[in-house]
Design a binder for this molecule. Structure first.
Ligand code: OXD
Length: 299
């Protein structure tokens, strides 16, 4: 069996070493553009974050795609044959890390830490009314991430309302009641650009957005406008449409928008290897790989 490692921007070496130790009979190759058609045609499985353009049709023997991540949106390219199963990593520790990040960002905003940081630089000891952390949070997405986020926010005193596309509730109504909106949705054609000028206008004036899902959920130019004109008080964006975010992107320049480089939480190499190796063993035995997503739904 042959596997292709496409873990860029993460280095492939640790995954190759783990595979060699656990499944010495499997050949693991790190992707380079120099791989020939004949070499690529022998690949049975890939461990990947995304596919370089034009690669998938050359993987003629592909039997399984395993994402190196929780989200699989970058792998669901139209060229991927419909019968090839796609799996994702399911890591409770990553969900917990994401939830901690959201709570951190929500409390930081609710307790005005950026303001006090600014004041401290000027040795200004002014006090402002303290907002009770009883604010309302709308968590968009009820999957593993969204549920972990909702529970942790509730545990520190926020009032949480969860929404998903299948809940039947009106998104506009849920947004309209929230002081904070957290995006934890999968990225699909139905959720791309969901948070746009129209939705920002439906939010409470001064609401705060936290996005730990995918940059493409947000129409970033609309967000910049909404924050600049005060409709939103700000946003914490751990994900952006273009990653790495280019130095000249307007998102960097807006007071109130915090950018972090997709670090809210990551699965450990050990967990990814464990789940990939489990799937390869199943493939060797002719069994379906675990943690498959529904390719029709896209998550
Ligand atoms: C992701 C991840 O899907 O980091 O963004 O796992």
């Amino acid at each position: 069996m042959k596997v292709l490692l496409l873990t860029h921007p993460m280095p492939a070496a640790p995954y190759g070493l783990a595979l060699l130790e656990a499944l010495p009979e499997v050949t693991a190759v790190e992707y380079t553009p120099a791989l020939t058609d004949a070499e690529l045609a022998q690949v049975d499985a890939v461990l990947a974050w995304s596919f370089p353009p034009g690669l998938v049709p050359r993987l003629k023997g592909l039997r399984w795609v395993c994402a190196v991540s929780a989200g699989v949106d970058k792998l669901l390219v139209p060229e991927l044959p419909p019968g090839v199963p796609v799996s994702r990593i399911v890591d409770p520790e990553q969900c917990q890390g994401i939830a901690q990040f959201v709570v951190l960002m929500a409390l930081r905003h609710a307790r005005q830490l950026p303001l006090y940081d600014r004041q401290a630089r000027e040795r200004d000891w002014s006090r402002h009314p303290v907002a009770a952390v009883r604010a309302q949070v709308a968590v968009l997405g009820r999957g593993a991430m969204g549920s972990a986020v909702a529970s942790m926010l509730a545990a520190v005193g926020f009032e949480v309302r969860s929404w998903s596309r299948s809940s039947g509730e009106s998104l506009e109504e849920v947004l309209g009641g929230a002081d904070f909106v957290v995006c934890a949705l999968p990225l699909t054609p139905q959720t791309e650009g969901l948070l746009d000028a129209r939705r920002f206008a439906r939010m409470k004036r001064g609401a705060y957005l936290i996005n730990i899902a995918r940059g493409a959920h947000v129409v970033e130019a609309d967000l910049v406008a909404a924050v600049r004109e005060g409709q939103l008080s700000g946003a914490a964006l751990d994900v952006q449409r273009r990653e790495p975010l280019p130095a000249d992107d307007p998102l960097w320049t807006v007071e109130g928008i915090t950018i972090t480089p997709h670090i809210a939480a990551q699965s450990s190499v050990a967990t990814i290897c464990e789940q990939f190796i489990e799937g390869l063993r199943r493939l060797q035995q002719g069994e379906p790989p675990p943690r498959q997503i529904d390719r029709m739904k896209g998550y």
